[in-house]
Design a protein around this ligand. Sequence first.
Ligand SMILES: Cc1cc2nc3c(=O)[nH]c(=O)nc-3n(C[C@H](O)[C@H](O)[C@H](O)COP(=O)(O)OP(=O)(O)OC[C@H]3O[C@@H](n4cnc5c(N)ncnc54)[C@H](O)[C@@H]3O)c2cc1C
Length: 673
Amino acid sequence: MKKTYSIFGAGASGLYTAWRLLDHELENKEGAAKQLKAGDVLELYDWGDYNFTETYEHGKRPAGARVCTWHYENDANNSYLELGGMRYSAWNGLPAPKNQGHRLVSTVIKKLDLEQFSVPFNVSDNTLFYLRTKNMYLNDITSTNPAPYNVDHYGASDSPDTGFATIETLAVDPNAPPKTRREWCEFYQNGAINVELPESSVYQKGDLLKNIGYWNLMFDQLGSEGFAYTADGNGYTSNVINWNAAVAIQANDEFTPGSQYKTLTTGYSSMFNALFQAIVELAKEKGIILEYHPNTRLHSILQIDGVIHYTLANRDNPNKKTDSKTTDAAWMAMPPYALDLVAQATRYQDHKGLDVLNHERVQNYLSSAIQQPSYKVGMFFDSPWWLSTPYPAPIIGYEVTDVVLAQLAAEGFPDAYIKAIQNNPDQDTTNPIINNPFSSSDDLINAAQTCTGVRLTLKEESQLLNAATRNSIGPSITDTPIRQVVYFGNNALLQNPQKPIYGILASYDDEQFTSFWEELEYGNNDAEKVPFSENYQPLRGPKKATDVMIKMLRQQLAALHFGPQSDYEDVPVPLECKYMDWSLPPFNAGYHAYAAHYDVCDVQDKVRKPSQMIKDADADIFIVGEAFSNDQAWVEGAYCTAESVLNDFFGIKPLIDPIPYPFICPCGKTPQP
Ligand SMILES: Cc1cc2nc3c(=O)[nH]c(=O)nc-3n(C[C@H](O)[C@H](O)[C@H](O)COP(=O)(O)OP(=O)(O)OC[C@H]3O[C@@H](n4cnc5c(N)ncnc54)[C@H](O)[C@@H]3O)c2cc1C
């Protein structure tokens, strides 16, 4: 009997599923019957139409769904900005659980031969803030120069992220914090307030964090001004909404030093181009029939008499079904809003069979992911004007990468020094220089001298500093609606010394701030012509900003870099300005966060195959993606849920060892070596 497997969604989780269905080892013989063989069909559907080839194709959007790399003038050789997902936390490949990082993304990048394009994503350690009309740098915030907030216990004399640390210490012993994925999963289930709190506090020792809203807890413990300072100064409003406090504490632990972020010089979308190419080649090699259907959406799905029946709709009329088909297994690789649109098609109808998506327990667990709208606006300029302003972006930093070492070798930098810098004496920890950001030239020179054991000459110092200089990323943070500015700079693959182009995210904002920009998507006298539910801008790709939006952006960029009395004309007119509005369908969210009052371990386990929640039911309908993962807001979550479904329901051997790195929370289950 020939098999058909159907994947709905060609974003991160859908492409990863297709790739692994075509390329894996089996865990045991029992899994063999479930694998696709020559002549079987693998269907891949997507509502949108992505540009999966190397060059820009008219009418197609950059690949990656909630990842979307936008190049200046749509030319892949030019400078680019990331208008969706942009970076990953690099894993050093060492198996011990304490090694941090996104292990599946790092592995995919390696296996697809993209590591050659991987470079550090430099996060500034002296952020520029513009809060309550005061411009200030992180390192200048002191008790004599506090941030303009009336925070209790001198809280405004310190970094705004101190608020996160204060909340964390209510539940986490600083001498024995959870360090591994397994320990954090255990924390999500059992983490509780472990210090005595005054009687006046709403929360008391012993209260379980999973049943507390994070905003509620922050407000109770930090007060109105303490909350406002942390919320404003963090940049991501999505971090301080009323989500599951246990998960929030882990996620905000990110803002403590230690994570090494990386990105791809070919743009983050290029990972999805490479995945798609690998899928096409593997299917051909194995004689599996790959049917890719862009511009086609899953309309409804039911299991009738043990067979999965689904209907489809075309992109030009997405609400009306056009076709009905059956399949042996279905993956819904899409976010919660899109899932609900599918559920709605059968929710109000009499029909035969099992309606997995509309079962009460499934609906309850699907409600555990809060939708978090986000918004990015990109601008390209012919100069990096933000470096020469009264409040320049503090983004000059240094980073030694393999590319930097190759450049040094070509310039005649002594071979023995290069080897000493490459050499990592302690193989169990990351290299002290390679891929580590340094914010001061002295620190880098000192580290290099410690490694080489010699004093560098002036010429060698200058060679090292020149090759390692990075004037990109940031971010700068403000409480005005642009919220975060991220400096991508001149990152063109093909450098053009005659016409360098410099890009910034003029705004990276989320939650309520997205609605600020939405009204500016129209001219001042324009009337709305399209219902919100039918505005599919994210599927069409980066959209040209209106003049009013650009003026509003320039006003706020001017205040951030030139001070509150500045004029919008201090900021030059951008050469190009486009936005992605991630509050629009079919995503309606840039990312998701678990609500309080849910056991997130059980959610992750059950949502993958929702029929597990229905008595006497067993339907091979799977839900994969970032939203119900252990790494929400990251591509890693999309890959991990997809991998866990293939391991646990299709007998596929895990891509990497899951014992030190469980793909979803193990819910207290003991690992089987
Ligand atoms: C602004 C922003 C910043 C981010 N920053 C980062 C970052 O720096 N690093 C990082 O790792 N992640 C980041 N993320 C998150 C990351 O982009 C997502 O977690 C990841 O891309 C989600 O993949 P997915 O497969 O779960 O879903 P999606 O990418 O949403 O893919 C779902 C696909 O399903 C399709 N679809 C929807 N409905 C249907 C239907 N009915 N039938 C068929 N197809 C359908 C959609 O068209 C889409 O192609 C960011 C996201 C945003 C928006």
